[in-house]
Design a protein around this ligand. Structure first.
Ligand code: NAP
Length: 367
């Protein structure tokens, strides 16, 4: 079989650090294994346009492996016009929104991902970003590096997480882990907005209250963390209209997908002081262009921005987990065995009902 992987280039870092598995250089640690099984394995980071290695190799590929960190966008047109042999589109990580799932269903291509593999990594990052924003860390650190010392200029916009209302938009694997991790900070209240309320025992254990109306939910939160997938119902959801329903001066942490938030609306809300901060690691296009406004936007006091490149879910620990999970999915695929149900997004032309239990270490209850 021909297996095509689109990974990111790791450069010198990947040559020096073999645990950077999701790089072109280290090939998810699977090159010798795939070769020993007689498969052809093509790995590239070249993913844009018709002359890219991705698009040139796609017509012969049986399996496509991609990551959300350097997404090769498998659009409907590519699926219909070029991916004539493709049977499996496998995301090494979590979040397959870079694949047109309806078109995959039309062509009966299975789409699978390594569910749960990096959710703890992301949840930790969310907590870090919340603290970064609420405590006004970035301007304080920049001041220290500059050699300046003006405590009041920082403290005038620094607060404690204790006593704040913290809410997650989306309360699946990551959302629940975030709630669990921020509870010891003694927030005033933990809220969540999701299609369905969690089972009562889980909500009670987390100490979280369901707010079924999105605008009511946003109006109560001091800190909003976005943990819903990108789909037709969430693309551009946080736009200038919805931002008016946030509590004035709220902080937003979005590690889900950049395109859930409107690029310009976020910049304007931050610059006007409607929100006090925005952080996360996901961008509406990746890699983000050099002039993307989220790189440099600030609140009126010169802070409120803790954006990073997309790395929350690709710590070395996470890379090991999703590389192992990718290999497991492939192994089952080669042997014709059933996949773990939680890993399957679409199969046999239908959206899968993702069940619980892939790896209980990464889950708090089922939904
Ligand atoms: P998950 O377990 O599937 O949880 C997502 C939750 O959001 C589900 O409960 C889902 O409900 C809910 N939801 C869907 N649409 C919603 C909406 N419009 N409003 C409110 N809730 C909604 O997924 P996860 O593992 O927590 O991951 C969440 C997302 O994080 C992924 O989809 C991915 O985009 C992102 N992520 C980012 C990184 C990173 O490195 N930054 C890494 C991993 C994941 P239903 O189940 O009923 O649809």
């Amino acid at each position: 079989m021909k297996i095509l992987a689109v990974l990111y280039s790791g450069g010198k870092s990947a040559l020096a650090e073999p645990r950077l598995l999701s790089t072109v250089e280290n090939k998810l640690g699977m090159a010798s294994w795939l070769k020993s099984l007689g498969h052809e394995y093509i790995v590239t980071d070249d993913k844009e346009g018709p002359n890219s290695v991705f698009q040139k190799e796609l017509p012969d590929a049986d399996v496509l492996i991609t990551t959300p960190f350097h997404p090769a966008y498998l659009t409907g047109d590519l699926i219909r016009q070029k991916a004539s042999k493709l049977k499996l589109a496998l995301t090494a990580g979590v979040g397959s929104d870079h694949v047109d799932l309806n078109a995959a269903n039309e062509k009966k291509i299975m789409v699978a991902e390594v569910t749960g593999s990096n959710v703890t990594s992301v949840a930790e990052h969310v907590v870090m970003d919340m603290l970064n924003l609420v405590r006004n860390f970035v301007p304080a650190h920049e001041m220290a590096k500059r050699g300046d010392w003006d405590v009041s200029a920082i403290a005038r916009n620094a607060f404690d997480l204790e006593g704040k209302v913290i809410g997650t938009l989306g309360a699946g694997r990551i959302g629940r882990l975030v709630l669990q991790r921020v509870k010891p900070f003694d927030p005033k209240e933990l809220l969540y907005y999701d299609y369905n309320p969690m089972p009562a025992d889980i909500a009670n254990a987390l100490g979280a209250r369901h707010v079924p109306d999105l605008k009511e939910f946003l109006g109560q939160c001091d800190v909003v963390t976005v943990n819903a997938p990108l789909h037709e119902g969430t693309r551009g959801l946080i736009n200038s209209e919805l931002l008016q329903h946030f509590k004035k001066g709220a902080w937003i942490v979005n590690t889900a997908r950049g395109a859930i938030c409107d690029r310009i609306a976020i910049k304007e809300a931050l610059e006007s002081g409607q929100i006090n901060g925005y952080a996360g690691d996901v961008w509406d296009v990746q890699p983000a262009p050099k002039d993307h406004p989220w790189r440099t936007m600030q609140n009126p006091l010169g802070g409120g921005n803790a954006m990073t490149p997309h790395y929350s879910g690709t710590t070395l620990d996470a890379q090991k987990r999703y590389a192992d999970g990718t290999k497991d999915i492939l192994e089952r695929w080669f042997k014709g065995e059933a996949q773990e149900p939680a890993n399957v997004i679409v199969e046999d032309g239908q959206y899968a009902t993702r069940s619980c239990g892939y790896n209980s270490n990464y889950r708090i209850g089922c939904h």
